[in-house]
Ligand binder design. Sequence first.
Ligand code: B1M
Length: 228
Amino acid sequence: MAITIDEAYFDALADSVIDGEDEDCVRLVNDGLEAGVDPLEAVEKGLAKGINQVGVDFGAGVIFLPELAMAADTMKMGAAILDEKIRESGSKRMSHGTIVIGTIKGDIHDIGKSVVAAVLQANGYNVVDIGIDVDIDTFIQALKDNNADVLGMSTLLTLPLMTMGEVIEKLKEVGMRDKIKVIVGGCPVTQEFADEIGADAVGFDAQDAVVKLDGLMGVNRQVAVARG
Ligand code: B1M
C-alpha cells in the first residue's frame, strides 16, 4: 500500500525503534523506499530520532535494559536496508569521521558497545564495529584497514581494564597515536582511569559518547531531551 512521506511517517519509524518492533521497522522502511523516501532522511529523521530518544530515556531511568537492547537491534535492522540503498544511490552520507569500536579482550559483553555503535552511526559517524573479545593487534589492524580517525574501546569487567591502556601504548609504539582519538567506556571506566591510561575521552552512556566525540572532532549539534 502506498504511503505518504511526511512527519507522521518519520515519527512512526522512530517509534518502531523506540518500541523495538523489528517487523514494523522493516515494513516502514520498505514501504517508505517504495514511496520514494530519501534513505538518508529516513535514517536521520526516523531511526536516529528513535535511538537517540531511547539512549536518553535509558540514561534517565525511564526505560530498562531489555527495551534498550531491542531498540538497538531494531535500529540495526532498518539501518542495514537503508545503508545499502544509500550506497546504491551514491548519495553521500554525512560523516564526521570513522570510528573503530570493540569490546576488549577477555570481555564478551556486547549490548552497551552495540548501542553506542548504533547511536554514533545514527549521529553521522562511520562506525566499524569489530565485536567483542578483541585483542590489541586486531584493534590496531582494524584502525589501519579502515583509515580510522577514532578508536573506541568498551569493557564492563574490572579484570581486563588495563588492556585498554596497552592498546594505547601499542598505538604509540606503531606511531599512530597522534592521528587517532581514543574514547573509552563501560561501567568500570572512570574519568580518572581514562586520564591514567591517556585516553582522550570517556563516554558514560551512548549520548555522552556522541557529545564527547563531537567535542573531539569539532562537531556542533543540538541534543535530545529525556521524555516524562
Ligand atoms: Co555480565 N557482568 N558477566 N553478563 N553483566 C556485569 C558487567 C557485572 C557488573 C554483573 C555483576 O556482577 N553485578 C559483572 C562485572 C563485575 C566486574 O568485573 N566488575 C559481570 C560479570 C562478572 C560477568 C561474567 C564474568 C559472569 C561469569 O561468567 N561469572 C561474564 C563475563 C564473561 C566474559 O566477558 N569473559 C558475564 C556474562 C554476561 C552475559 C553473557 C550473561 C550478559 C551479556 C550479554 C551480552 O552482552 N550479549 C551479561 C550481562 C547482561 C551483564 C549485566 C547484567 C548488564 C550489562 C549490560 O548489557 N548493560 C551487567 C550488570 C550491569 O551492568 N547492571 C553485568 C546494559 C548496557 C546498555 O550498559 O554495557 O554499561 P553498558 O553500556 C553503557 C555504558 O557503559 C556506556 O554506554 C552504554 C550505553 O548506555 N558504554 C560506553 C559502554 N561501552 C562504551 C564505550 C564507549 C562509550 C560509552 O566508547 C567507546
